[in-house]
Design a protein around this ligand. Structure first.
Ligand code: B12
Length: 600
């Protein structure tokens, strides 16, 4: 039924908000009168008494004298008997529902309330709460892609590489693989299979063994006390996310991921909750770089004073427990000697995805190519078994490797993944990497070359694409505003290109000199939200160079893959520097775990 509504801008000038509301209500067939701003209270009351209004909608924009002004208005309405028939509703910039209740209004809306919510309220319909309105449901962006290869030559080379690799790896194993299975037995037995755990410890380095038996911890590492966990629980129970925002302006805009890896899972969780409130879609849990060098993982709730959060089962479960169901969690596994176990733990903890790159892990991240080949394959098999898509970071470029070699590496991982039933996600970088700086592909603009990478991949195959990690690498500086801008420009490009997801840095990430701060996390999320709104569904026109770069890239990818295909196996190709070498690119094979693989 049509309602009688009076709109009152209780402000010297600002009435845009109320005009929008008025129009929405008129469209729904209600009778709406709108007063002009800056009327004295008495005049407003006289007007309100002329008709039997169902609702009086008051708006206030200026933040000065709000309390006194509105309290007086309520008193006058009470005295005039207006409240007997009309409901008093307030909204506007400085208003919160709490303030409205305190002042005695029947209902208060905040500055982020939507017009739909306001109209629903007037029409007596249930208002979907902010939480429900923005309730995230994980989008299955993987199955939107067929994994079909359009470039048959490249597909053929990849088939040869992947088949040779699988054949080479089939009779090989490592302590990393054995540990993963022992740990899985231990976990799935409800931690009762003590024999499995004893066997596990025997395969660990001494430093790890003594940590796991509680004798002595690696410097900077400590167990999180029960009391700290209880305090975390209390802290989060009393705080419900308030007005979560949506970053994407349209449904075609990419999902937004951020890193978590402060070293302390509790700090990660608190940052995670804040980022959820600011609209993030998911996180990558990043493990410590020192973990790569040891045989064996630490178990328990653990914190440490260094980069990366220890990805024990307990820590992953803890992070997972507090994130919303709609927030993705991916766990980095491709570094070092515990790749299979990390992936298995991620799977057991219910993570959504894991992060593996056999090539980058053995070039830039320090692990011996043969060891990571054998271990990484097992990790990919776990990823398939636990139904976790695996994302493949293209960070080789940051070691100086040219984009085409990096993309060739990503595609090799894609094909190996597909052959063992996994769901791979290549992550080309949007970066101003060393090779680009030296060769000048971004001297004129940052768009053509990044654009070319995506177009090259798209011409090769229909794959999910997730630029990172993070986008805008090496274009950010230690100025937070500049970093937010750089991130937002690259996000706008990603939105235009219609990629599936992006990883963004926080604005102090490049130069934080320690854990990043929460304000910087919000900076970049807000910047991207604005960038998405700015670009909307418009187009970016690259220069002619984009096409040139793309064609060169596809040609070079093919040439690299042909060379790899001629080698006996993938690790041999990496040792030989075909996917990045010392002389040209400053990248060389890792050494952790060299000589440790053996026959089954
Ligand atoms: C447009 C504007 C003006 C226009 C107003 C035109 C008009 N007819 O309204 C003009 C240029 C005239 C103006 C003047 C002034 N402005 Co002015 N203005 C703005 C501006 C840019 C946008 C406000 C706006 O319309 N937003 C869009 C509407 C849709 O948003 P909204 O009002 O929040 O409404 C939404 C919700 O709040 C809610 N809502 C609003 N009302 C109600 C009511 C109900 C019942 C419900 C349910 C919901 C609801 O629903 C809407 C939709 O979501 C803001 C800055 C900014 N970017 O926000 C400054 C701003 C509001 N202005 C400001 C100031 C200070 C002034 C001046 C005092 C400046 C001066 N010194 O001269 C003057 C006023 C002079 C005077 N006589 O007192 C400050 C206020 C600061 C503060 N803390 O109080 C702001 C924030 C700018 C700033 N950062 O300094 N302004």
């Amino acid at each position: 039924m049509a309602k009688n509504i009076l709109c009152v801008p209780l402000d010297p000038v600002h009435d845009v908000g109320l005009k929008i509301i008025r129009n929405a209500l008129l469209n729904k067939g209600h009778n709406v009168d709108l007063l002009m701003p800056d009327l004295p209270n008495e005049e407003i009351i006289n007007f309100a008494l002329k008709k039997k209004y169902d609702y009086i909608l008051v708006s206030r924009t200026l933040g000065y004298g709000v309390y006194e002004l509105l309290a007086k208005f309520i008193d006058l309405c009470d005295a005039a008997g207006i409240r007997d028939t009309a409901k008093l509703v307030i909204g506007g910039k400085p208003i919160t529902p709490q303030l409205a209740a305190e002042l005695g209004f029947d209902k208060g809306f905040s500055s982020s309330s939507s017009i739909e919510e306001i109209v629903s309220y007037i029409e007596g319909k249930e208002i979907t709460s902010d939480m429900n309105k923005y309730k995230k449901i994980k989008k299955d962006f993987i199955s939107e892609h067929s994994y079909q290869f359009f470039n048959k030559e490249i597909e053929q080379a990849l088939n040869i590489i992947a088949d040779k690799f699988l054949n080479w790896a089939k009779d090989k194993t490592s302590d990393g693989i054995l540990r993963a299975e022992l740990m899985r037995n231990y976990i799935t037995s409800g931690k009762k299979d003590s024999k499995a755990y004893e066997e596990y410890l025997k395969l660990c380095d001494e430093e790890i063994k003594v940590c796991n038996t509680g004798e002595r911890y690696i410097k900077g590492v400590r167990v999180i006390e029960e009391d700290e966990l209880l305090k975390l629980d209390n802290f989060l129970q009393n705080r419900i996310a308030y007005q979560p925002v949506k970053i994407q302006h349209s449904n075609t805009h990419p999902l937004i991921f951020k890193f978590l890896g402060s070293g302390c899972p509790i700090m990660d969780i608190v940052h995670g909750k804040i980022c959820e409130r600011w609209g993030v879609d998911g996180f990558l849990l990043i493990n410590p770089s020192w973990e790569a060098r040891y045989e064996g993982l630490l178990h328990n709730y653990l914190t440490h004073q260094n980069d990366g959060t220890i990805t024990s089962l307990e820590n992953i479960l803890l992070v997972k427990k507090y994130l919303l169901d709609g927030t993705y969690l991916t766990v980095r596994a491709h570094r070092g000697l515990n790749t299979p176990e990390t992936t298995m733990l991620a799977g057991e903890a219910g993570a959504d995805m894991t992060k593996i790159n056999l090539v980058y892990g053995s070039l830039g991240a320090g692990t011996d190519p043969e060891r990571l080949g054998v271990d990484g394959l097992q990790a990919i098999k776990y990823a398939a078994e636990y139904n976790m898509p695996f994302d493949i970071p293209g960070n080789d470029e940051l070691s100086g490797v040219p984009a085409y070699k990096t993309l060739a590496g990503l595609l090799i991982n894609v094909m190996i993944g597909l052959k063992v039933g996994a769901k791979p996600i290549p992550k080309p970088l949007f970066c101003y990497g060393p090779h680009i700086m030296i060769n000048g592909q971004m001297d004129k603009n940052y768009i053509d070359y990044n654009y070319a990478k995506i177009q090259a991949l798209r011409e090769i195959a229909d794959l999910p694409i997730w630029p990172g990690e993070p986008i805008a690498f090496m274009t950010q500086s230690e100025e937070r505003v500049q970093s937010a801008n750089a991130t937002s420009y690259h996000s706008a490009l990603a939105a235009f290109l219609g990629v599936d997801a992006i990883t963004i840095a926080s604005t102090d990430e490049a130069y934080s000199r320690g854990p990043i701060c929460v304000a910087s996390r919000i900076d970049s999320l807000r910047a991207v939200q604005d960038a998405f709104k700015f670009i909307g569904d418009t187009k970016i026109e690259p220069t002619k160079m984009c096409e040139v770069y793309k064609n060169e890239m596809i040609e070079n990818i093919y040439s690299v893959l042909s060379s790899v295909a001629r080698e006996d196996n993938l690790p041999q190709a990496i040792y030989k520097g075909i996917l990045g070498n010392k002389e040209e690119d400053g990248a060389y094979p890792g050494t952790f775990g060299k000589g440790t693989i053996r026959c089954k």
